[in-house]
Design a binder for this molecule. Structure first.
Ligand code: MG
Length: 342
């Protein structure tokens, strides 16, 4: 019998299916593997013949599965992560994903395997760990939603002076002058909801020994609450000045405290990695906005979760789905390893 050798170089393709596949009687794995490898071969000429591909389901129950892992060995070095990202958005793979309602994540084999060692996972807060944009909810609470939204949109269109994150943040925060400080409690109690799977994901990562952080361009009262509620190790966000006597926000940011913009998120990721003795390659960054792209680039793997279309295209990997817990499968953990911690 031929001995099976573990490939040292290659490509890992993860398929996240929108609806679960029935795997009990007529297992679709073979036809899916064949369709995908046929599409991958012209994009990665060093892939060895399809017979060398190994497959497994990462989330299988007795009858269904939704997440498939294909390991395709290469002759010579593994493709780079940018090559994987480009291939994901190539016309051939974009068509295959659209036809089958798949979300593909491609990674170099060595990177994929490195996630089995616990690293550092950092998360954006608004529209990533939680489902809201906190500044919008603050603005709504005091009836200036339209003005804040107009600045947000101008910023997204890159219009001066709001193309600069700090300028746009200061302008929007200025509109929050007079907001009662009790607004945080109202938001926590009735407005803010966690993204499905966020609590489970943090629980599993912590169980596996990962360090975790929220790096937010939002505000500390919420980011600290998110950290405490989910059990994250770190929280960084912007500091608003409160007039304690009047019990209201002044519409200013605390002088001397750093503004958490894209570059600061990147810096914090590298700092936390350094402090914990974790190489940047073993960091994962998850977010939905363009100000998350720098930290995604500094991490070994960046994942755009239910992100804006431009961010999905620019991020190393993307995940569109209902549950943030799917990030565990992007890291290669399978159901049995995950459920131990839930
Ligand atoms: Mg966000």
């Amino acid at each position: 019998m031929a001995s099976t050798t573990t490939p040292q170089t290659g490509l890992v393709a993860l398929i996240f299916c929108k609806t679960a596949l029935q795997i009990q009687n007529d297992d679709p794995l073979q036809s899916i593997t064949s369709n995908l490898t046929t599409a991958l071969q012209p994009l990665f000429p060093t892939l060895t013949p399809t017979t060398a591909t190994t497959t497994r389901y990462l989330d299988a129950s007795a009858t269904t599965a939704r997440v498939l892992e294909l390991t395709l060995p290469t002759t010579g070095p593994s493709p780079s992560l940018p090559e994987c990202t480009a291939a994901t958005h190539s016309p051939a793979l974009a068509a295959l994903q659209a036809q089958n309602s798949w979300n593909l994540v491609l990674q170099p084999l060595e990177l994929y395997r490195s996630h089995s060692q616990p690293g550092l996972a950092v998360f954006d807060m608004d529209s990533t760990l939680i489902q809201q944009e906190v500044i919008d909810e603050l603005a709504r609470a005091v009836g200036c939603y339209d003005q804040v939204a107009a600045i947000t949109e101008a910023a997204m269109r890159g219009e001066a002076p709001y193309a600069d994150f700090e300028a746009s943040l200061r302008a929007r925060v200025g509109l929050l002058r007079g907001v009662p400080v009790g607004v945080w409690e109202d938001l926590k109690k009735g407005v803010i909801s966690f993204t499905p799977g966020a609590a489970e994901l943090v629980k599993v990562l912590r169980g596996l020994g990962w360090k975790t952080a929220v790096l937010s361009g939002g505000f500390t009262p919420l980011a600290v609450w998110v950290k405490e509620t989910l059990g994250l190790d770190y929280a960084f966000a912007n500091h608003l000045v409160a007039d304690e006597g009047r019990g209201v926000l002044t519409g200013e940011l605390v002088e001397g405290m750093p503004i958490i913009h894209a570059e600061k998120k990147r810096e914090l990721l590298l700092r936390l990695a350094g402090e914990n003795g974790i190489p940047a390659e073993r960091c994962v960054a998850v977010g939905d906005g363009s100000n998350d792209l720098l930290m995604m680039g500094a991490a070994g793997l960046g994942v755009a979760f239910n992100a804006k279309p431009k961010v999905q295209l620019a991020a190393p990997a993307r995940l569109n789905g209902e549950s943030l817990l799917d990030v565990v499968h992007v890291l290669g953990y399978e159901r049995g390893e995950v459920e131990k911690f839930l």
